[in-house]
Design a protein around this ligand. Structure first.
Ligand SMILES: Cc1cc2nc3c(=O)[nH]c(=O)nc-3n(C[C@H](O)[C@H](O)[C@H](O)COP(=O)(O)OP(=O)(O)OC[C@H]3O[C@@H](n4cnc5c(N)ncnc54)[C@H](O)[C@@H]3O)c2cc1C
Length: 327
């Protein structure tokens, strides 16, 4: 086979596929955790009257192996003190790193995360249930020590060559955490990359890091920030919408972006949001653009309304240009 033919055949397989960096992982495990120290712990919703309690928590990792060894998009583990109902030590919970790779301090020593308090009224007993790790974290005060593990995750990270791609980030709730770090990483570089962040929230008061993203958008024309409010009207009085509805609402921005061979899609947040997005992509994109993000046979593509989460990665396969982290 001639070199020319090989090149033509290779193109569709490699087109736009990002090369991911080798990242460090599991430097601390539950058996040998590191000890971080709380630097600050502040509310990070748009309004103090938000329905949810969400806090931006900065941890000094200087005394741990995570210092200088994490990248934006990774997560880390927290070991809450105490024992569970069965008398065993509480299990580790994962939290996304909300900092850029250089950390909050510019040296990769101070790592931030974004924690939402889990608060529920239990259906059977109507008693209040407070999530173990999230409330432990949100209660911590500056100077308190905390047992940590990680870093975790090698797939939900930015590619090696940041400037080779454009980025569509879609978040709901605390799924915004990794995107704060990634956006700050990307904007710190002088690159041509266009970045669009779609942030979903039930109420405008609950938008996380809202004022920070507005300020970044003001300073960087290549960064667009698009909130999507699902239980009340938008700031311009248009009807409630979900993140994926921006494919219609902001089609002039997003469709050309998605047709480009440069674009990568990252999705983080509430499990289930990825299905709505993939369905919307299938409805809104022409086949030549759609195949960049998902593959499915003709019959499946003809029955988009019937897709379920169980079909993902089987009948409906996101490509390597789609990054999913839902929990
Ligand atoms: C990769 C990854 C990244 C994540 N990133 C973040 C992040 O950045 N920010 C964030 O806030 N979260 C994040 N999470 C979720 C986080 O790990 C925790 O799951 C979340 O904070 C809840 O933990 P918790 O200990 O507070 O709640 P838990 O105590 O674990 O409770 C969780 C749920 O289990 C049920 N439950 C547990 N015990 C009982 C009981 N005894 N009785 C009745 N019901 C019970 C309740 O329904 C409750 O809502 C992430 C998860 C993953 C996998």
């Amino acid at each position: 086979m001639s070199e020319e033919v090989q090149a033509i055949e290779a193109t569709p397989l490699t087109r736009g596929i990002p090369v991911l960096p080798d990242v460090r992982m599991h430097l601390h495990t539950p058996a040998s955790p590191g000890v971080g120290v709380i630097v600050s712990n502040e509310r990070c919703t748009a309004s103090a009257k938000a329905a949810a309690f969400v806090r931006h928590i900065v941890i000094d990792m200087s005394r741990t192996a995570l210092a200088g060894s994490f990248v934006s998009g990774q997560s880390f583990g927290v070991l809450p003190p105490g024992i569970d109902a069965k008398g065993r030590p509480h299990q580790l919970r994962l939290y996304s790193i909300a900092s850029p790779t250089r950390g909050e301090d510019g040296q990769g020593l101070h790592l931030a995360t974004t924690v939402k308090r889990t608060i529920e009224e239990l259906p059977d007993t109507h008693r209040l249930y407070l999530g173990v790790a999230s409330n432990y974290l949100c209660d911590l005060q500056p100077g308190d020590e905390i047992k940590v593990t990680g870093p975790n995750g090698k797939r939900f990270v930015l590619p090696v060559d940041h400037g080779a791609h454009d980025y569509l980030f879609m978040a709901t709730g605390t799924g915004i955490a990794p995107f704060r770090g990634m956006v700050l990483d990307l904007l710190a570089q002088d690159s041509p990359s266009r970045i669009t962040l779609v942030m979903g929230s039930p109420y405008a008061s609950d938008l996380i890091y809202h004022h920070e993203f507005l300020a970044l958008q003001e300073r960087h024309p290549r960064f667009r920030y698009l909130p999507a409010i699902s239980r009340e009207r938008q700031a311009d009085a248009s009807p409630p919408m979900y993140v994926h509805d921006h494919l219609v609402r902001s089609r002039d921005l997003l469709i050309p972006m998605l047709e480009s061979e440069r674009t990568l899609i990252y999705v983080c947040g509430i499990a289930g949001m990825e299905l709505g997005l993939l369905q919307k992509l299938a409805r809104c994109l022409p086949p030549s653009a759609l195949e960049q993000y998902l593959t499915a046979d003709a019959q499946t593509l003809g029955e988009v309304d019937t897709w379920t989460r169980r079909m993902l990665h089987k009948q409906v396969k996101p490509t390597r240009r789609v990054f999913l982290e839902v929990y």
